[in-house]
Write a protein that binds this ligand. Structure first.
Ligand SMILES: Nc1ncnc2c1ncn2[C@@H]1O[C@H](COP(=O)(O)OP(=O)(O)OP(=O)(O)O)[C@@H](O)[C@H]1O
Ligand SMILES: [Mg+2]
Length: 256
């Protein structure tokens, strides 16, 4: 793995909320071609890690390198240019907009107060070009046929696919998926499993997921967080057999 280029390298990231240390000296690398799992119990700091990397919470300390260059911690509006995209835990779409509109918004930059909703000011990308990108992204999650439906008319598993398409529209090099299989039934989980493998052919993926069957089958390496600290990292087998991980997480992990 070391001969692959390092896309993302985080060293000693700490994030605090008042007196709560949500992340403490977390270091993590992501190489080209990898799917890396970030797992751990509820409240361990997984979403906070994504939030720190996407400028939604402030970082107390820690350094970031992207594509082998030092990088200051991004603001949300930097992410598209930095080749990073994420999904939100849950779905996080606009229910009263169409699928296509929601996906198009994924290519726009975040403003401080939230998404810039107008499809204007898209840094030179015309709306037509954006529509094409959005349709391509929808095709990658096999949802092009529902482009013109409103999101609030869709079943939950389909909205999870649309949320991924929204992340794909900016053609990221690094994709952060926060519980893509969360809330899905067994068949949809299998389907999501296959989708993640497909997506991994085009970008590196950092995957937060509680469904261990998905994690174990798609991830090349894992990091395990517990109370904001990395308690183990490595290949799936070594992590699964690590007694600290079993005690903190896997031993108590119900099958979702
Ligand atoms: N914006 C915030 N303000 C204050 N506390 C927060 C904030 N975001 C997260 N926390 C706290 O930080 C800790 C880590 O939360 P986080 O959401 O990152 O956990 P998680 O690993 O994603 O959990 P889950 O698996 O349940 O999604 C928790 O104790 C949570 O209550
Ligand atoms: Mg979370």
């Amino acid at each position: 793995m070391d001969n692959r280029s390092t896309l993302l390298s985080i060293d000693s990231l700490s994030v605090s909320f008042g007196g709560l240390k949500a992340l403490a000296n977390v270091s993590l690398d992501l190489h080209a071609g990898e799917v890396v799992g970030l797992i751990g119990p509820n409240g361990a700091g997984k979403t906070t890690f994504f939030n720190a990397l996407s400028g939604l919470v402030s970082v107390a300390s820690g350094s970031l390198r992207l594509y082998d260059q030092d990088q200051k911690w991004p603001q949300p509006h930097d992410l598209v240019d930095l080749g990073i995209a994420r999904t939100l835990q849950g779905v996080g779409l606009f229910p009263d907009l169409t699928v296509l509109e929601n996906v198009m918004l994924g290519a726009t930059k975040f403003s401080e107060g939230g998404l810039i909703r107008a499809a204007l000011g898209l840094e030179g990308r015309t709306e037509r070009k954006l529509q094409t990108l959005a349709m391509n992204a929808l095709e990658r999650v096999y949802a092009a046929g529902i482009a013109h439906q409103r999101v609030d008319s869709l079943p939950y598993p389909v909205t999870k696919r649309v949320a991924i398409a929204r992340a794909l529209v900016s053609e990221p090099k690094i994709l952060l998926l926060d519980e893509p299989a969360g809330g899905l039934g067994i068949q949809d989980i299998d389907w999501m499993n296959g989708l993640i493998r497909n997506l991994a052919q085009n970008c590196a993926i950092l995957l937060v997921e509680h469904h261990m069957d998905v994690v174990m089958s798609v991830c090349h390496r894992l990091y395990v967080l517990n109370f904001g600290e990395v308690i183990a990292s490595g290949d799936a087998k070594s992590v699964r057999e690590n007694p600290d991980v079993v005690a903190a997480y896997l031993g108590t992990q119900a099958v979702h």
